[in-house]
Ligand binder design. Structure first.
Ligand code: GLY
Length: 391
């Protein structure tokens, strides 16, 4: 079945103040000040996935998240031209190289998050050939996770583990750009075909008929038959994890940029309406879209920031005459203003307070999460200038 398009809530039809240059400059300067405060502590280590008591612990090669720090450094370099950010980002290439050499935490689809934001961007922005080589090695590892019968990239773990085979996740929408990039760099069309097929399978099986999303979905790797959807980080298998929906909004919009498939922005639009229609009064989502105000659930500010980047990408792709453009711009303004006014973490590590990493596993709850910081900064960069995405 083709997912439905919900009618967008009328609250998005009321004109909102635009995020003008003065507002954006202020937010960017505050963001840079926080990054500057963290910079001396994270030159050969990385901030952990989640802050603890106002500080990010220092880690290295332990998670899917280290690239968000280098991603922020490259954004800061692009915005300011100040080489202090570039120097640290380039120094951290050693860690990304060692990760590949020693095969540390690379049995994951998250290679895109890691290497797009540390190596592909370094290569694109400065012509760093070492970064290009590392990114191509990571792309090859990601490609090996693709199962041609199921048509999906296995999310996690050993490729020979039957319990994990054929499992895809919505987050991977942001990782397949590593394969599109590698296809363009090398001329190897296998990378493009795998990435395109994975996106098609994600559109077909991860999106439910009401345009909400499963976090993960299993296919049989021997027959290619769909098996079942479930969740890893959402409230339940049948609910809609807010960050997963945001990964979908953004990833399907990006998919159009890589494939030219016009069905993808329309799918992104459907996920967007589902998401926006379930936002609370302050437009910052609860960590699962099943919650309403009476549940008093935590927010996930990181999902809010990702959704803004997705909306901004979607707006790039829609015709200027699209009647809902003003409504999407209103949504961006509402989410960004509320994030800034009520959730910006002045004087702490981390840019956005009140993210949720994994509620079920008691990880990173109601604290800044590193990817939330990255996507907040990316949103500001996208909204303030012409910018070539790292994705
Ligand atoms: N990609 C993992 C997460 O969003 O938590």
């Amino acid at each position: 079945m083709i997912p439905i398009l919900e009618t967008l809530d009328s609250r998005y039809l009321t004109a909102q103040p635009v995020l003008d240059k003065a507002w954006l400059d202020t937010a960017i300067n505050e963001t840079l000040a926080s990054i500057d405060a963290m910079l001396p502590r994270f030159t050969d280590t990385f901030p952990a996935a989640s802050a603890h008591e106002g500080r990010y612990p220092a880690v290295e090669k332990v998670d899917w998240t280290e690239g968000f720090w280098t991603g922020m450094l490259w954004l800061a370099w692009e915005v300011t031209g100040d080489d202090k950010y570039r120097k640290v980002a380039e120094g951290l290439l050693d860690s990304f190289e060692e990760r590949l050499d020693k095969q540390i935490k690379v049995d994951t689809h998250d290679l895109g998050f890691l290497y797009l934001l540390s190596c592909v961007n370094a290569w694109r922005l400065t012509g760093n050939t070492r970064a290009r080589t590392l990114a191509l090695r990571a792309a090859e590892l990601l490609y090996r996770r693709f199962n041609a019968t199921a048509g999906v990239i296995q999310a996690w773990g050993d490729l020979n583990d039957p319990a994990r085979q054929g499992r895809m996740i919505i987050d991977c929408n942001l990782n397949v750009p590593l394969l599109f990039w590698a296809a363009n760099e090398t001329g190897n069309d296998d990378y493009r075909q795998a990435a395109t097929r994975h996106l098609q399978q994600a559109a077909r099986y991860l999106v439910r008929n009401d345009a909400s999303t499963f976090h993960t979905f299993y296919l049989d790797i021997h027959s290619g038959q769909p098996l079942r959807g479930d969740t890893h980080q959402g409230f339940s298998d049948s609910s809609c994890w807010a960050r997963g929906q945001a990964w979908g909004i953004y990833g399907f919009a990006l998919g159009y940029a890589h494939t030219g498939d016009t069905a993808l922005p329309e799918l992104s639009r459907k996920l967007t309406h589902y998401f926006l229609n379930r936002l609370p009064e302050d437009y910052v989502c609860y960590w699962d879209l099943i919650f309403t105000a009476q549940d008093k659930a935590y927010r996930d500010t990181s999902a809010a920031a990702i959704s803004v980047c997705g909306l901004a990408e979607l707006l790039k792709q829609l015709p200027l005459t699209d009647p809902l453009r003003p409504a999407y711009l209103n949504a961006i303004s509402l989410i960004m203003r509320h994030l800034h006014a009520d959730y910006f973490a002045h004087n702490e590590d981390g840019l956005l307070r009140e993210g949720v990493y994994n509620f079920g596993r008691d990880m990173g709850i109601n604290v800044p999460n590193l990817w939330g910081d990255f996507f907040w900064f990316e949103a500001l960069v996208r909204l303030s200038r012409v910018w070539t995405p790292y994705w």
